[in-house]
Design a binder for this molecule. Sequence first.
Ligand code: ADP
Ligand code: MG
Length: 389
Amino acid sequence: MTDSAGAVADRAAAGFTARYGGRAAGRWVAPGRVNLIGEHTDYNEGFVLPFALPLHTVVAADRQDAEQWTVWSELSDETITFGADDVAEAGRVTGWGAYVAGVVWALREAGHPVPGARMAIASDVPLGSGLSSSAALESAVLAALLDLGGLELPAELQPRLAQRAENVYVGAPTGIMDQSAVIRCRAGHALFLDCRDESVEQIPFDLDAAGLTVLVIDSRAPHRHADGEYAARRRSCEAGAAALGVAALRDVGVDQLDTALAQLDDEETRRRVRHVVTEDQRVLDTVALLRAARVRDIGPLLTASHVSMRDDFEITVPEIDTAVEAALAAGALGARMTGGGFGGCVLALVEADRADAVAAAVTAAYAERGFAAPGTVPVLPGPGATRLD
Ligand code: ADP
Ligand code: MG
């Protein structure tokens, strides 16, 4: 899973030359992302705190005169071509090309004259692990098309456009977090995002200076019923908010939680509401600790978030719980599942010199339980999408 942006960028450039001849006019990079804390709070109009990963998608591109887009991705070693008709209406291009066509469609729909382009894409963001390879792809393509076309779109408006590509063109119902993180994160910081008004704040998260690292553990667990369960959680949250007479669960503070829970007569809804309300507070508490440079002290909040997801929101699976327990037993300061649940990744806050030992402990625990080996990579918060050259 590890690779530097440089190596990925070299592969994108080489792919461009092999497919199209000559050199690309430029290369644009966008990172994957991981959410430090704040799970299932986004659609409840609450808080999330993602940071950008040192895993990257790179697009090498140049313009072409025709209203045509030719795209090669090393992942499937496949070249696709689409034209103006294919981006006149959402959904005409399917498969992975939809993420690229979706960006062209969204730009045109917003009134931007998108230039035709040839693109070559390389990436080391794992697909479908919850590290947002989809937003990395959209954001790198968006950055490339904006520059190639000399188009102006302020950074604060770019996430929404990339999100529309994914929601409307691809048809995947995701929140604003992924694209916001990929586009707006800064190195050494986490991005505090208020999902109600989409305002963001850069929060210092200098793990390196603190002698810490975040170990990202890809559970490799098959996503079991993830879509249906996700929809069911959303329905529970909406039902809870309606019963409490608030616009969204974000409007219930932890100090009002006991009163709110007493008003709900369904035990399951009570647990779902308790997760969301306490999780929002854990994000706020994490932000306060990071602002005070107390990075190690966020560990217990991460672990409490996991317990809440496991017991109240009921979205973890055995592989995920095993990874968290093994990481904590091996000395992690805190550990939690990250992402929507039912698989995906775990993150553990660890002393930098313990990262290998914690990774080994998780791998050993997996072997003991007969699970397929997990992926492990130590990460530091990196920068968001940008032009490379
Ligand atoms: P995640 O964003 O968590 O990685 P998604 O299911 O949202 O998972 O997005 C994964 C999909 O995005 C892939 O199945 C593929 O269609 C597309 N994708 C992402 N990165 C690339 C890439 N470098 N080349 C081709 N397709 C990609
Ligand atoms: Mg995605």
